[in-house]
Design a protein around this ligand. Structure first.
Ligand code: PMP
Length: 294
């Protein structure tokens, strides 16, 4: 991945893709003092870019550092990087981290860096599997108590749990893993939020110790526009037996149906299909409207 063509925006300037490197004594590498975003461009326009870049700034503040660029500057850098890469549909990855001046847990004076890379990532899951619904395992690792880690931040350190869970699931032949939280309630997948359908209503866990995804909020709005009741509440894993449909959603995953979670089975039903279509229709015309307004 580090030897591609193209450019990466790095601390305010474009550098060749393969030169966008950090020192091995980077604080972010040793102590996970990093935050990032995942954004998607459709038809050359980044969906909900401002919300993502605002969340990047908030995530950094939750880790105690200030990104040395304004949200306007970050927006512009994302747009320019996308344009320089020449992609219409692409994934956009801004990342900010503490630099390498001081080694040790304390690094309050270290330089804060920001980089933005853009690449093509058409489907997060296998496209054929995606239509049939993906198979998901139940993870052994749990989302932490918000008193243990700043769980509202999209922070690199929190992804240690996601990678452990995703690798364990893949080794058993599953596409992803559903993690419970520290209390044993259903939380989220390793890079996406989860929804269930029962009797025509949507049920989704209250995001009190995991990421309240921008896609999650978009899907809730789309469901309500359809007149579908959306219930945010604590969901216990035993309840999965009573749900008819399940899907996960995130910027990379978009809306992806789930056919099974461990011993539980779901159908790819009408509401899931309708929300997949609504989401697709939202990200594309919204993108066009933003272009017209700019
Ligand atoms: N949970 C986790 C752990 C994620 O990595 C993501 C993807 N950023 C999400 C949820 C969904 O967030 P969003 O819809 O903002 O991409």
């Amino acid at each position: 991945f580090d030897s591609r063509d193209g450019v990466i925006w790095f601390d305010g300037a474009f550098v060749p893709w393969s030169d966008a490197k950090v020192h091995v004594l980077t604080h972010g590498l040793h102590y996970a003092s990093g935050v990032f975003e995942g954004e998607r461009a459709y038809g050359g326009v980044i969906f909900k870019m401002r919300e993502h870049n605002q969340r990047l700034i908030e995530s950094a503040r939750l880790l105690g550092f200030e990104i040395p660029f304004t949200v306007e500057q970050i927006d512009r850098a994302c747009v320019e990087t996308l344009a320089r890469q020449g992609f219409e549909d692409a994934y956009v990855r801004p990342i900010a981290w503490r630099g390498s001046e001081m080694m040790g847990v304390a690094a309050q004076q270290n330089t804060i860096h920001l980089a933005i890379a853009v690449w093509q990532w058409p489907s997060y899951f296998d496209p054929a599997q995606r239509l049939k619904g993906i198979r998901v395992d139940l993870a052994e690792w749990r989302r932490p108590d918000p008193r243990t880690a700043p769980s509202r931040a999209k922070a690199t350190g929190l992804y240690m749990i996601c990678t452990l869970s995703k690798h364990a699931a893949e080794q058993k032949g599953y596409a992803d893993a559903l993690m419970l939280d520290w209390r044993g309630q259903v939380a989220e997948c390793t890079g996406a939020n989860v929804f269930f359908v029962k009797d025509g209503a949507l049920h989704t866990p209250t995001p009190d110790c995991f990421l309240d995804g921008i896609t999650r909020r978009t899907v809730i709005d789309l469901a309500r526009k359809r007149g579908v009741e959306v219930i945010e509440r604590a969901i216990m894993p035993e309840e999965l037996a009573g749900f008819e449909q399940c899907f996960i959603c995130g910027t990379a995953a978009e809306v992806t149906p789930v056919s099974e979670i461990a011993q539980w089975r779901f159908t790819v039903g009408d509401l899931t299909k309708a929300l997949m279509e609504d989401y697709e229709a939202t990200v594309r015309p919204a993108a066009k409207a933003e272009v017209a307004a700019a």
